[in-house]
Design a protein around this ligand. Structure first.
Ligand code: SF4
Length: 322
């Protein structure tokens, strides 16, 4: 069966490779290395974040601070989260940290072993195996999924069926170039709201290109993002400020000023207001200041606060205090 598909898609593979040679983003730093650790860092950062953001603000500073897996394992969680500050989805950083601590020297090579580490799902395991160890396995990130839906003309598929299609189209002779080309194609050509079929190397074999590609896959109903209102109180005493480290799942490990449900602190002096957009809700907060000492919390100077990992909303409050 594999040789049938190889033969069937060999023309597609050829044009895809040619396209990657001229149009692909081969200069991306994580494509110029075979260091499994650096590739792992890039793959985790890229899970929920655009290439541009990772490249310009996070990848190099993180590797400069933690150049090896051992450096990451021996850091404190606060330090790791601080280097992740602003990248969002902090569970990724905490999982990486835990995985680094559980490993002795190096990332494992096998997909099976990689998937046993926290924060590494099947597609990330395949990406690390393909890019660091040249293992002939396809990846299946959001970009690749969209291409598969369109190429095969499917509107809705279960994860297992998508993996089957990923293997059908896969070029096992050039796993590295094929996977990189598919990722580039998804972000540069076969985009979610704009399919540039006449510039696409898959055009001749693509089912959706014969109709309207934007109908594939079926669109999910967009839900309105709810607004959560809160009051945040800066409790201060002798030029130090009260903070607590979050223990709930959302933003776990980050430090923050003290939050209350709205309308509980109308007597305090108002410092300002802020809006912070998260993927599943928008925070609208009024910020107050109260002079008192409450021994429930830890107190820090502004200088010390700037060294702690903070949420974006808390960084806005720090700027108000400055
Ligand atoms: S031909 Fe069009 S729809 Fe098909 S993979 Fe290329 S860009 Fe996407």
């Amino acid at each position: 069966m594999a040789s049938f598909y190889l033969l069937k898609h060999s023309a597609v593979h050829t044009t895809l490779l040619q396209w990657y040679e001229t149009e692909g983003r081969q200069e991306l730093p994580w494509r110029l290395t075979r260091d499994p650790y650096s590739i792992w860092v890039s793959e985790i950062m890229l899970q929920q974040t655009q290439v541009k953001t990772v490249l310009e603000r996070f990848y190099f500073p993180f590797l400069e601070r933690f150049p090896t897996l051992q450096d990451l394992a021996h850091a404190s969680e606060d330090e790791v989260l601080k280097m992740w500050e602003g990248l969002g989805y902090y569970t990724r950083a905490r999982h990486m940290y835990r995985a680094a601590q559980s490993l002795q020297h190096e990332l494992p090579q096998s997909v099976h072993e990689l998937m046993r580490l926290p924060g590494i799902g099947r597609s990330t395991a395949h990406a690390i195996a393909a890019f660091a160890y040249q293992t002939p396995v396809p990846i299946l990130d959001a970009n690749v999924k969209r291409i598969l839906y369109r190429f095969f003309g499917k509107k809705r598929l279960a994860e297992k069926a998508l993996w089957d299609l990923a293997y059908q189209l896969f070029d096992e002779e050039h796993p590295f170039e094929y996977n990189q080309a598919m990722m580039d194609l998804g972000s540069l050509v076969c985009r979610a709201r704009d399919a540039r079929c006449h510039h696409c190397p898959l055009h001749s074999g693509c089912t959706a290109a014969k109709t309207d590609p934007l109908n594939f896959p079926e669109k999910k109903q967009k839900r309105a993002v709810p607004i959560r209102r809160k009051d945040i109180v800066v409790i201060t005493c002798k030029n130090r400020y009260a903070l607590k480290q979050r223990t709930s799942r959302f933003l776990k490990g980050l430090w923050g000023f003290i939050e209350y449900e709205t309308n509980t602190c109308s007597d305090e002096k108002k410092l300002g207001a802020l809006i912070q957009k998260y993927s599943h809700f928008h925070l609208h907060a009024d910020v107050y200041i109260r002079h008192e000492y409450d021994d429930t919390y830890d107190y820090f100077t502004l200088e010390e606060i700037c060294k702690l990992p903070l949420s974006q909303a808390d960084i806005k409050i720090v700027n108000m205090l400055k």
